[in-house]
Design a protein around this ligand. Structure first.
Ligand code: ADP
Length: 382
């Protein structure tokens, strides 16, 4: 414990005058060259021009990728740092999937270095603009992830979750059948009690699945079974699935699904269903009774755009940057009292990006939130 008189530390004998910092005169402004500052970062920073060539890389990027700045500059970025999505091996296009502010954050990727090693990184991309709209290239930052196997805790959680899956699914089906009154009518009290048990089971199923998926993403082994997927059909299924929950929460669910034939996307149908399910259950969870949740699908050029619009509590502006990070829950959501783990959107983003798509949102606190997912159309004959 320091029991010295606080005044003592102000006396000349205790002033930090002997440190080099204190000796510097502040009359002349200190302006270190930005490159020197960037070389002190523990993040790898690479600047890429519009043609995809490396224009600059800091010292950490040189060390990570195994090139000197002279060797790397001017060469295609993809040659110097081949980036792909974990487990799918799909290449990452840095200029794709940016949000309206010209950035994307916290994407999990694998970078192949000069000596052929594959290193897991968290990728951030930001457009480099001279002035608004005048794009010159982009800045890519790579944060190296630990190559350690996931902590034991994750392994135990993964195993426990796996074991819980089958009994929970049986419980859920049983309760669903009872609620649908397949085995006879229910009194209002019975309906209420079984309804509560059903909601509890749904959140347990969700939690178990999320823990399993997060551990798969962490270990880079999220397996995807790609095939042609009809999004209107998938939405029709979900419409049936969510009817009961919507009613129980006193919400109006609206579906704007195109009737005319709609091109297919190339994705894993179960994973895609999981993404939409997550967006929809969030919209329902964070919207007060009496509100409306609208799911719509439309085609825009070479993409299908799915939106889930709600009239809920919204996401505070200052917390919006962190919404796709693992475990993150906004302060107003916690206050609202709805249960959640903060895994759903982290998983949804990893899945959508593995399909070559993008996900984002706009939201106003107290007004509502719109989440969108853009998926590339399957190429004809591809
Ligand atoms: P969870 O809902 O389990 O907490 P998610 O990853 O799905 O986890 O969502 C993370 C956080 O994002 C939520 O806790 C909430 O703060 C916010 N959020 C997501 N969707 C909405 C929404 N439709 N309206 C308001 N907040 C939302």
């Amino acid at each position: 414990m320091n029991l010295r008189n606080p005044e003592e530390s102000k006396s000349p004998t205790h002033s930090p005058r002997t440190s080099p910092v204190a000796q510097r005169s502040y009359d002349i402004p200190f302006t270190p060259p930005p490159e020197r500052v960037l070389d002190h970062l523990s993040l790898a920073v690479v600047v890429m021009d519009l043609l995809g060539r490396v224009a600059y890389l800091n010292r950490k990027a040189c060390n990570l990728l195994g090139y000197t700045a002279e060797e790397a500059c001017g060469r295609p970025f993809d040659e110097v740092a081949h980036l792909s999505r974990p487990s799918t091996n799909l290449p990452v296009d840095s200029f794709q999937g940016l949000d309206t502010n010209g950035k994307r954050n916290g994407e999990l990727a694998v970078v192949r270095t000069r000596d052929g090693r594959e290193i897991r990184v968290l990728l951030d991309v930001r457009l480099l603009e001279q002035e608004a709209g005048n794009v010159e290239g982009c800045v890519i930052t790579l944060r190296e992830l630990s190559s350690e196997p996931p902590a034991d805790g994750w392994v135990y959680l993964g195993v426990a979750s796996h074991e819980l899956r089958t009994p929970l699914t049986a419980l859920r089906w049983g309760l669903e059948l009872l609620l649908e009154e397949t085995h006879g009518p229910l009194s209002p009290e019975q309906r209420e009690l079984i309804g509560l048990a059903y909601e509890g089971t749904l959140s347990m199923v969700g939690l178990v699945e999320d823990v399993l998926d997060a551990s798969r993403i962490e270990e880079g082994r999220l397996e995807l079974l790609f095939q042609e997927v009809s999004l209107p059909e998938l939405l029709e299924d979900l419409k049936r699935e969510f009817r009961i929950l919507g009613e129980r929460r006193g919400l109006k669910l609206e579906w704007e699904i195109p009737r005319e034939p709609c091109p297919k996307v190339w994705a894993d149908p179960e994973r895609l269903r999981q993404v939409v399910r997550n967006l929809l259950s969030n919209a329902i969870k964070y919207t007060p009774r009496g509100g409306t949740v609208t799911v719509s699908l439309r085609r825009e050029d070479k993409e299908l755009v799915l939106t889930v619009v709600d009239e809920g509590i919204g996401i505070p502006r200052e917390e919006q940057d962190r919404i796709f990070t693992k475990f993150f829950r906004a302060t107003n959501a916690v206050r609202w009292g709805a249960e959640g783990t903060g895994f759903g959107l982290y998983i949804a983003k990893a899945i959508v990006e593995a399909f070559g798509g993008s996900i984002g949102f706009h939201s106003e606190e107290g007004v509502g939130t719109t989440f969108w997912v853009r998926l590339p159309l399957k190429r004809e004959g591809g």
